[in-house]
Write a new protein. Sequence first.
Lengths: 176, 188
Amino acid sequence: MSEVQQQGGGGKGDGKVRSKKSSTKIDMTPMVDLAFLLLTFFMLTTTFNKPQTMEIIMPEKPKEEEDQPLVNEKKVVTLLLSKDDKIYYYVGITDPTVEVTDFSKDGIRKTLLDYNAAIKDMTVLIKPADNARYKNVVDILDEMNITNIKRYAIVDITPVDNNLIKKKDGGETATK
Amino acid sequence: MTPMVDLAFLLVTFFMLTTKFAPEEPVAVDMPSSTSEIRLPDTDILTITISKEGSVFFNMDGKYTRATLLGKMGDKYGQSFTPEETAKFALLPSFGVPMNALKGYLDLSPEDRKLVKQPGIPCDSVHNELQDWIVMSRISNPKLRIAVKGDGNANYPVVKEVIKTLVDRKVNRFNLITNLERTAKAKE
């Protein structure tokens, strides 16, 4: 802008020279403006791909055995996470019938939704076996979130549960 | 020429700003995905990384709190760190070396440090250094939030040890870092 009026009072003889000058010099203020605008825009809009998190709250360690809450065993669904992304599940505690499912949409999600509709105040116990992977645990916690189950807990697996898995596996191979 | 230089500077600035914050990790961690949409806060984060092989790595942000943390850990394990080592520790990315090897690890040059195979921080019931790191970090920075960043293929027993360590230290509330799942949520 400041360039335009530089030689305002010049004679006609300078006309050609001036026009040559004006053709080589480009006013780049708008471009720089645009560049800065873009820079500002990108700086403000770029999110640095922040990772998502799931918040989990573990129960406090009970001081004494008696402090543990009692749950009606008919309302307890136990999920055993095992290797090869398999889930073994059963209702109740005494003499349960174990079923196998997987992490697909028609697998555990459907099962959980069915149980959730059938059993009021259902409690889910998640017991990852030692050969389960971390992914399985996150997936099952996610399923809890999706199916809107409010009462669930991650519990250590017991030898009884391990036997149930073994028995189920043994029975399956026998029928095949 | 000048506009080109301008643009070049612009790009340089842009790329500098966007790439600088990617933290270098000693191990590649393939996080499992979830539908959770809570974002991890930027500051006051203690990250416990669990690699595919099951080694545990520790990281905490905050340069100054890290310096106090190292001092406290040094006191606890009867080791003293020089100011240079403390300065190096303050800028260290995630690390997974036991206390007795930490001093040697800090004395390495940054290039050599990348080549070292880190065994992970011991966190089994016999020899649990992770719990001391957690306790001392929380003393150094009471606002700390704890995040567990595990590889999807890590075996569960390691995760169980880490969670047990956290619960034993009365950390009942923590975050699991996941990727965002692209699939749609179930209809409700």
